[in-house]
Design a protein around this ligand. Structure first.
Ligand code: 4NP
Length: 163
C-alpha cells in the first residue's frame, strides 16, 4: 500500500486538486486498491471549508470525480501515517517540516520534483529543491488552469516514480 498526502496552505485549492487528479489517474491505471490518497492544509485558515469553486470548475472541465472533502490541517501523526507528504510550494515544505518536527524519514517532497523527467532524478537519488518551481498558486491570480497544468504534471510523474 502506498500512502500519499498532498499539502498546501488552505487545503481548498491546490492540494485537493492534486488529491482528486491523483485518485483519477490511479483509478484509470487500475491501481485503486494499492493507494491511500488524501490532502491537508498547513494552516487552519480554511478548516472545515469545501473545495474552492475554481478547483471545482477544473474537476467539471476535466470530468474528475470528487466527493466529500473538507479542509483539514496536517498533524504530526500524518507524518507517521503517510509514506509521501507532498507540498505544493516551498513555504508549504517549511511548514510541513515544522508540523512534523523535522523530516527524519525523508518523506517530504515538493510536487514539481516529480514533473517531467524529475521523477527519474529522484529515483537516482538526486535532489535540488532550489531548482524546483512552486505549483502555480491560484489564490491571488484566479488562474486555476495553470494550477491544473502543474498539478497534472506532478501527479503523472509521481505515478511513474511509484511504478
Ligand atoms: P490553497 O489556497 O492553499 O491552494 O488551498 C489558499 C487557500 C486559502 C488561503 C491561501 C491560499 N488563505 O490565505 O486563506
Amino acid at each position: 500500500m502506498k500512502k500519499i498526502l498532498f499539502i498546501c496552505l488552505g487545503n481548498i485549492c491546490r492540494s485537493p486538486m492534486a488529491e482528486f487528479i491523483m485518485k483519477d489517474l490511479v483509478k484509470k491505471a487500475g491501481l485503486e486498491q494499492e493507494f491511500v490518497i488524501d490532502s491537508r492544509a498547513t494552516s487552519t485558515e480554511e478548516t472545515g471549508n469545501p473545495i474552492h469553486r475554481g478547483t471545482m470548475g477544473i474537476f467539471k472541465k476535466y470530468q474528475i470525480p470528487c466527493t466529500g472533502h473538507r479542509a483539514q490541517q496536517m498533524s504530526r501523526q500524518d507524518y507517521d501515517t503517510y509514506d509521501y507528504l507532498i507540498g505544493m510550494d516551498q513555504s508549504n515544505i517549511r511548514n510541513m517540516t515544522r508540523i512534523a518536527g523535522g523530516d527524519p524519514e525523508k518523506k517530504i517532497y515538493k510536487m514539481l520534483e516529480f514533473a517531467g523527467d524529475g521523477w527519474k532524478e529522484l529515483k537516482a537519488g538526486k535532489r535540488n529543491l532550489d531548482k524546483v518551481p512552486d505549483v502555480a498558486d491560484p489564490w491571488y491570480t484566479g488562474n486555476f488552469d495553470d494550477t491544473w497544468r502543474d498539478v497534472t504534471a506532478g501527479c503523472e510523474g509521481l505515478l511513474k516514480f511509484l511504478d
